[in-house]
Structures are given as structure tokens and as C-alpha cells.
Write a protein that binds this ligand. Sequence first.
Ligand code: IMP
Ligand code: MG
Length: 169
Amino acid sequence: MKRIVYDEAAIASRVRELGAEITEAYPDGELLVLGLLKGSFIFLSDLVRKIGRPIHVDFLVAASYGDAMVSSGSVRLVYDPETILEGKHILLVEDIVDSGRTLNHLMELLKERSPRSLEICALLHKHIATELRHPTRFGGFDAPSEFLVGYGLDHAENFRHLPYIASLQ
Ligand code: IMP
Ligand code: MG
């Protein structure tokens, strides 16, 4: 661990703001918050407790085809929510946007199910070489282009449990 990039207090205060933004952005309709596992599990559990309107929560598990070192771009769903998406507001919650390829594929898959709206909430956004075709409607922090761990983010499955976000570089 080289340095702490976002400590517990900074994360908690930003998550509280995001929860308020989300509450305000959805005055009506059914809202389904979909957490992308595993990376979003801590962020999602903190975020939903800061949303002050009725919601449903479910998860998505995606796996990229091919080697995990480089995002191949092609994604398949390993766990697909049972819930019907049609007519609902869907908020896809991701830990970090890097190349954006994972989200590009997931957004196309989810669009086909005719939700009332479909938006992305990402705790971190690297904003470098991103190929993301969909804007991140709710974003936590503009992250440095370093490898980050903690608060759900892993390196080879390690460090997910850290209560802060740190850089490995
Ligand atoms: P993308 O498809 O390139 O945007 O990849 C996004 C996924 O790569 C995230 O959901 C993370 O699982 C992983 N990832 C990207 N950057 C980092 C990082 O700095 N630390 C940990 N995981 C990362
Ligand atoms: Mg991930």
C-alpha cells in the first residue's frame, strides 16, 4: 500500500451526497438498484442506506470472456436478476469505471429489457481512455489513473475489506 487516496470520512460524506442526489432524481416510479458484483458490494450497501425513497435491490454478476488481465470487451452474465426490468427505473451501481467496456456491454443487455430509465452510478471514474458510451449520471470521485484497492476493490481478490481506498502504485 503506497498511500490512502480516499479515507473513510471522505467516502462516507461523498456517499451521503450521492444518496441525496439519487433520492431527488427519482421522485416517482419503481427504482431498482442493481449492484455489479463483486466490486460494488460495500459501496452499494452504504449507498442504499442513504437513499430516502422506496427501492428494490438486486445484483448482477458479469464475467468477461477471455483473459482477465485486459478487459476483452465481451461480457456475459453469470447471475442475472430474477426481477422484471420492464417499466422500472434501473440504476446500475459499479465500483470503478476504467475502460468502460464492461458497462458498455451491460447497458446494451439491460436496454433490451425496456426499463423506464437506465443510469449508471459509479463510485470512481478514471476518465482515461474511457470508451464508455453512456454518461455516468452519478459519480463519486474522479480517480487518479493508478491501481486502487479497498472498499470493495481488489487486487487478485485481496484488499476488498479495507474501509478506505488506497493506491498500490
Ligand atoms: P472496465 O471494463 O475496463 O471499465 O473495467 C472495470 C472493472 O475493472 C471494474 O469493475 C474493476 O473490477 C476493475 N478495475 C478497473 N480499475 C481498477 C482498479 O484501479 N482497481 C481495482 N479494480 C479495477
Ligand atoms: Mg468489478
